[in-house]
Ligand binder design. Structure first.
Ligand SMILES: Nc1ncnc2c1ncn2[C@@H]1O[C@H](COP(=O)(O)OP(=O)(O)O)[C@@H](O)[C@H]1O
Ligand SMILES: [Mg+2]
Length: 300
């Protein structure tokens, strides 16, 4: 069964697709069978990065059952063996309005593809769609830039993801808690309070779910002038959200990345000696070690 890595961000335009595309390519070079999946409803453009400008069919065709198999819409990338890409489309309401059960079905289909790793670009923002796809993966990668608004949006995203994760554990463990589904919670603690003292078993399970939620952070576009106080961010998250954030690595702001976009090639291929390309190699190594040690089963 393929391991699913989701890539998300609080804010758009921070480099999610760049990260997903380059990591996918490097993992394929390492010999893994990789499928890149574009689930970014607002801005599906991963295929452009690989020069696949007019895919004949996309993920939408699978979701609306115009095609039967995901393999039909998984296009081999000619420059790298072992790498395929499932393009998304920006305007598909089918993905935007997909109910939870349908999302789980899609994830199950993805898991059963002939692949070792699936990298899913889930898009930006804190809609249920992005949060659910982010959480349904085995490993959760977040991308942010040192821009203060990006860091703030990252914090917000992690908090809302943690709330949704804990809430879904309560709901799946005890239908009596169904009233919680209507609640609008501002923190994980509020859910624990609302669930009352009666449901201690569910609370314990939810706390475990929270502890097991360990998103991996990629800082993109860093420079000597703009750094992120990662330690401070990790401390805030531990204190107010209850989750651990692990820094996977940093990618410097690098003109080679912008240039690579214009040549329809990921930077690791267009400019392998560039600082950004070298950073991607290091991050891919880190990711592989997390793949080996932290794979957790997808919640059913
Ligand atoms: N490390 C970087 N150095 C320089 N420019 C970058 C870097 N990462 C991303 N960019 C620029 O930002 C743009 C947006 O990146 P993209 O991955 O499409 O964002 P997202 O998917 O988060 O919306 C890219 O087209 C590129 O020009
Ligand atoms: Mg994108």
């Amino acid at each position: 069964m393929a391991t699913i890595i989701s890539v998300a961000s609080g804010k758009g335009g921070v480099g999610k697709s760049i990260v997903a595309g380059n990591l996918g390519l490097v993992l394929a070079r390492m010999g893994k069978r990789v499928v890149l999946v574009d689930l970014d409803v607002g801005g599906a453009d991963l295929h452009i990065m690989f020069g696949l400008l007019h895919p004949p069919a996309t993920l939408s065709d699978f979701l609306t059952r115009r095609v039967e198999s995901l393999d039909t819409v998984a296009y081999p990338i000619s420059t790298q063996s072992g790498l395929r890409l499932i393009p998304g489309t920006g305007d598909t309401l089918a993905t935007a309005n997909m109910p939870y059960a349908k999302k789980k079905r899609l994830i199950r289909h993805l898991q059963h593809m002939e692949a070792d790793v699936l990298i899913v670009d889930v898009g930006a923002g804190t809609g249920y769609h992005a949060l659910d796809f982010f959480l349904l993966a085995d490993l959760h990668v977040l991308v942010a830039t040192p821009d203060p608004t990006s860091v703030l949006d990252l914090y917000r995203f992690i908090k809302l993801a943690a709330i949704r994760r804990v809430l879904s554990h309560f709901l799946s463990n005890n239908p009596i808690n169904a009233s919680l589904a209507e609640g609008d919670f501002a923190s994980v603690e509020e859910i624990f309070l609302a669930s009352g003292k009666t449901d201690e078993a569910a609370q314990a399970i939810a706390r475990q779910a929270l502890e097991a939620f360990r998103p991996l952070l990629v800082l993109n576009r860093t420079s000597t002038r703009s750094k992120v106080n990662t330690l401070q961010l990790q401390k805030l998250l531990r204190q107010y959200v209850g989750g651990e954030l692990t820094l996977l690595g940093e990618i410097p702001d690098d003109r080679a990345v912008e240039h690579s976009v214009r040549t329809y090639l990921p930077v690791v291929e267009a400019a392998p000696e560039s600082p950004a390309a070298r950073a991607f190699l290091g991050i891919a190594q880190q990711l592989v070690s997390h793949l080996l040690t932290e794979k957790t089963p997808v919640a059913e």
